[in-house]
Ligand binder design. Structure first.
Ligand SMILES: Nc1ncnc2c1ncn2[C@@H]1O[C@H](COP(=O)(O)OP(=O)(O)OP(=O)(O)O)[C@@H](O)[C@H]1O
Length: 572
């Protein structure tokens, strides 16, 4: 019977001498690592018949003894073999994967398109026009138009359905389904498409990324695809202007696209439209001129004056003329402060129109927007209104021309209260051109009437006799001066405005000119706005003669309404 003593406690040692050797070796290794730790109390006692080793410590001196020792345990040896084998297998697996990735990287090109980038819209529109989706087994049906109007694919068969296509303003698009890898062929190259939605930002809103992988070694294939997608998008959007606003994280996002408005349809005082368009066009082509003189390449226009006089309309027309997108900076946006404003302006793209409407509203929190500038100066005007913006004047000034202000941008600011603006805001460099928009002149009223009832000369020339006779009858009715407030017959539903069911009689140019002159005669100079005139004509859009007859009465009623309003506002 053998005894073992650990410390001073005796215990029974195993009978295997190999184990004794291992413990001794471990002791030695420990003593080597621990700076020759002496362990005098560890004593292993062997079989009593082996008198030479009994009671004396065993020692091993080389590693080969350890391996011999390990292999002397059958199970342990097996474990080590498995460990080594597994390690080799895992290494091989990783090598194969790395080689596969390297190979894939050399034969695939993968491009990622982020949702809030223009290129995303180009690619999505391009994808929506790929005929292969019509046959696809797993696809997304979408009415998105990617900032365009009715540009997507029609549902097969829909083109023939006259009723459906006239009612529907947009067509359906077939798109690759989200989170599914789809494939198609592009210029005889295999292409795989994947749309992935990921949570981003503080609010964990979902943002979509589009991955396009092309089986090719050459970048020119990707470039070709991008060019094709961009070209297609541009062609589809050439009659549109894109309108962007900022979100709460100060990212710009496209919210609408509007059809370009013909600048001729905006009737201003002579020379105003030409001045604005010509100046902006000249500015855009003068980058070297500004650079040579070290002047910041920016231009600001301040359009001020009567509400409804065409300020916003002309800006959107200019955007169309110059092919620029509009970025609306709303100074009264919740949570917009100086820092956010500066970030927004520095994030504007080069060459764009930045639009700040009612720039006065951010600083004079009035609820009523009066035509006269004096109203803005009235002490306490709008004092009851809660401040809506945290933008300070200095913050705005810095954002407009600080170091972060974007080069190449054209800023349009509009206001109805010119004299309420701080002179620092209006100085050249910030607002280079100030243009006043006034209430309608007689000449504007005449041109508006003509454009309203004779928008297209060719159409007028083609007017048939029936229409012309109807127009004659209408003009006769006007001579009798039909009352402006004629009530609809009792059996018909009562409504305000003009139904679209009827077609206005086509008038001859001579007839329209004569009516327009009489209409202008009835409209006093600079008393009503163009928007109000347009609204009035809308109620008579199929009865031009009656419009002329009712004009005087309408002016009187407008005047009375204004006086009542002024009376309520303190006798101004
Ligand atoms: N000079 C104009 N010529 C043709 N239409 C006009 C003109 N002015 C206004 N309108 C019409 O009136 C409507 C309002 O015009 P717009 O929004 O451009 O006026 P605004 O001066 O910007 O007004 P506000 O100061 O209230 O913003 C539009 O539908 C536009 O077609």
């Amino acid at each position: 019977m053998a005894n073992a003593v650990l410390g001073n406690a005796p215990f029974s040692p195993p009978r295997f001498s190999a184990l004794a050797s291992y413990i001794s070796f471990a002791q030695q290794v420990l003593s080597t690592f621990n700076g020759n730790i002496n362990a005098p109390n560890l004593t292993v006692l062997a079989e009593p018949d082996n008198s030479t080793t009994a009671g004396t410590p065993l020692s091993l001196t080389d590693l080969s003894s350890l391996s011999t020792l390990l292999y002397s345990f059958g199970a342990l040896g097996g474990f080590v073999r498995i460990l080594v084998f597994g390690g080799v297998l895992e290494t091989l697996r990783r090598l194969v994967l790395a080689a596969r990735d390297k190979l894939a990287a050399s034969i695939w090109i993968t491009a990622r398109f982020e949702e809030y980038d223009h290129s995303f819209d180009w690619m999505m529109l391009w994808l929506s026009k790929q005929p292969s989706w019509v046959e696809a087994r797993d696809l997304e049906i979408s009415t998105k138009t990617f900032g365009l109007d009715a540009s997507a694919i029609l549902v097969p068969g829909e083109e023939d359905d006259q009723n459906l296509s006239s009612v529907s303003s947009r067509s359906l698009a077939y798109l690759p389904a989200s989170s599914v890898t789809c494939s198609l062929w592009y210029r005889r190259r295999y292409m795989s498409i994947k749309r992935v939605k990921t949570k981003t930002g503080r609010r964990h809103s979902l943002e979509e990324n589009l991955y396009v992988s092309i089986l090719t070694r050459h970048h020119h294939v990707l470039n070709e695809l991008l060019r094709a997608a961009k070209k297609e998008y541009m062609a589809a959007s050439q009659h549109m202007i894109a309108v962007h606003i900022s979100d709460s994280s100060n990212n710009w996002m496209q919210v609408a696209s509007r059809p370009k408005r013909d600048i001729k349809s905006i009737i201003l005082d002579p020379g105003v439209a030409e001045l604005l368009v010509g100046d902006a066009r000249d500015f855009l082509s003068s980058k070297p001129w500004y650079a040579a003189r070290g002047i910041p390449f920016r231009r600001g226009y301040l359009l001020y004056g009567a509400p409804g006089s065409g300020k916003t309309s002309i800006i959107s027309s200019i955007a169309g003329e110059l092919g620029l997108d509009i970025y609306i900076i709303s100074l009264s946006r919740t949570a917009l402060d100086d820092v956010a404003l500066s970030e927004l302006i520095s994030n504007l793209p080069e060459k764009c129109i930045a639009l700040m409407e009612d720039i006065d509203a951010a600083f004079t929190h009035g609820l009523n927007r009066d035509v006269t500038d004096e109203a803005a100066d009235t002490p306490g005007a709008g004092a009851a209104a809660a401040p809506s913006s945290r933008v300070s004047l200095s913050g705005l000034l810095n954002a407009l021309d600080g170091v972060a202000a974007q080069e190449g941008r054209i800023l349009y600011a509009t206001t109805n209260k010119y004299s309420a603006l701080d002179p620092a805001l209006c100085r050249p460099g910030r607002m280079d051109i100030h243009v006043e928009f006034r209430l309608a002149s007689k000449d504007q009223a005449r041109r508006l009437f003509t454009g309203f009832f004779l928008p297209d000369e060719e159409e007028a020339a083609a007017a048939d006799d029936d229409d012309a006779q109807a127009a004659d009858a209408d003009m006769d009715a006007a001579r009798v001066a039909a009352p402006a407030d004629a009530k609809p017959p009792p059996e018909k539903p009562l409504f305000f405005g003009t139904s679209h069911r009827h077609r206005a009689p086509k008038l001859r140019r001579k007839q329209v000119t004569e009516l327009a002159a009489r209409f202008a005669d009835a409209i006093p100079e600079r008393e009503v706005s163009m928007a109000a005139l347009q609204g009035f004509l809308m109620t008579y859009k199929i009865r031009p003669g009656e419009a002329v007859g009712a004009a005087r009465g309408w002016v009187e009623s407008e005047r009375a309404a204004r006086e009542t309003q002024w009376g309520r506002g303190g006798g101004r």
